[in-house]
Design a protein around this ligand. Structure first.
Ligand SMILES: NC(=O)c1ccc[n+]([C@@H]2O[C@H](COP(=O)([O-])OP(=O)(O)OC[C@H]3O[C@@H](n4cnc5c(N)ncnc54)[C@H](O)[C@@H]3O)[C@@H](O)[C@H]2O)c1
Length: 340
């Protein structure tokens, strides 16, 4: 099978996982990496012996590229996405597809026009625990789902120290869209209406104008109600960078997932850690885990011309929910999801 020539745009904290995945994937040839930050591209050029660029159009004009990964900050996916699409390249966009449904639709419409495909990296769809529960939900003996709960939180360092763009995103865009996507995928239907409450206090006092925490109730087409909680202010001392739980009550079954303590505990003189041994691992230099799988799967789907596990429409649907949650927070009332 022909190797795919791939490129990565945005090589920060998460984009480097795309660079590592493509470096190791036997079916890809990483031809170029683009980042606005020259310090980053200089380091990557040296460490990975790959061509680097600081302008996405220049890279797309000069290199023979078959597919592009986009891992720029949440609110800045559209520009490189449209550039790649207009050069006829299929794209894998980090979640969320965009931070407005308008931008998400623009990406999808442009991709249709240029006849290229869009995948979105909702990596929770590759989490073995989630796959297991989703399969069980499809077992007729489980009965209909009645109520669901999902939480996903980050330690405060994520918005306050890791990024300088947290005020242009929110726990809803950054974390909530993961939950909304996963809930749609579990339920096999869409969200009809949302109601949300939230607090802006701690991050605002640190100069980051976004929500600390948001709780949203989602009414699903199948009659199931979900509560989704997302926060960006877990204390720095927490045993992991993030926390997460799921509980689903069905007519004849109940499921629980603890995404925080997955069975490995590490202790040193300062703190206890509970790393996620399934997410992204370095196995003698080789990247593996369910954080890497969607990147390899993008390549597999392109090479075999099969549908993506999470595509542009999934990205749009998660964003429509995120937008409605923000609207509900601002207007203090239930908001119906608007689909044209
Ligand atoms: N950090 C995480 O844990 C995590 C996990 C999963 C997904 N993601 C997603 O990955 C994306 C990137 O997040 P991150 O944590 O790597 O952020 P980051 O700030 O560490 O990296 C973003 C990089 O994109 C570069 N960039 C910005 N605009 C660009 C442009 N137009 N062209 C080229 N480069 C550009 C920046 O210079 C920066 O190096 C986000 O959408 C995020 O939600 C992050």
């Amino acid at each position: 099978m022909k190797e795919l020539n791939v490129a990565v745009v945005g090589a920060g904290i998460y984009g480097i996982n795309h660079v590592n995945a493509y470096t190791w994937n036997p079916n890809t040839n990483l031809v170029a990496v683009c980042d606005l930050n020259k310090e980053i591209t200089d380091k990557i050029a040296q460490e990975y012996n790959v061509k680097t660029y600081n302008d996405v159009n220049e890279m797309l004009d000069q290199e023979e590229i078959d597919a592009v990964s986009i891992a720029t900050p949440d609110a800045f996916h559209m520009e490189p996405a449209l550039a790649a699409i207009r050069h006829g390249k299929p794209i894998l966009v980090e979640k969320p597809l965009a931070t407005s449904s308008e931008d998400a639709k623009k990406i999808i419409d442009e991709a249709e026009k240029y006849k290229v495909r869009v995948a979105v990296d909702y990596h929770k769809r590759w989490d073995p625990a989630a796959i297991n529960v989703r399969n069980e939900l499809q077992n007729p003996e489980t009965g209909a789902p009645i109520r669901g709960y999902m939480s996903m939180d980050d330690i405060i360092d994520v918005p306050a120290k890791w990024f300088n763009w947290a005020d242009k995103s929110s726990p809803v865009h950054f974390l909530g869209t993961h939950c909304y996507d996963q809930i749609r995928w579990y339920m096999g239907c869409e969200v009809e209406e949302v109601y949300a409450v939230g607090t802006k206090k701690v991050l605002k006092s640190r100069g980051v104008d976004t929500y600390d925490s948001i709780q949203a109730i989602l009414k699903m087409e199948n009659g199931c109600y979900w509560t989704v909680e997302n926060s960006w202010i877990l204390p720095e001392g927490f045993a992991k960078n993030n926390d997460g739980r799921t509980q689903i009550l069905c007519e004849d079954a109940m499921f629980r997932i603890d995404s925080q303590n997955r069975g490995v505990e590490m202790f040193n003189t300062q703190k206890q850690r509970t790393p996620n041994s399934y997410f992204i691992l370095n196995n003698c230099g080789r990247p593996s885990g369910f954080g890497i799988e969607p990147i390899n799967d993008f390549v597999y789907c392109l090479q075999n011309d099969i549908p993506f596990i999470a595509d542009g429409n999934d990205g749009l649907q998660a964003e429509l929910i995120a937008e409605a949650v923000h609207q509900s927070l601002e207007e203090n009332k239930a908001v119906k999801i608007k689909r044209d």
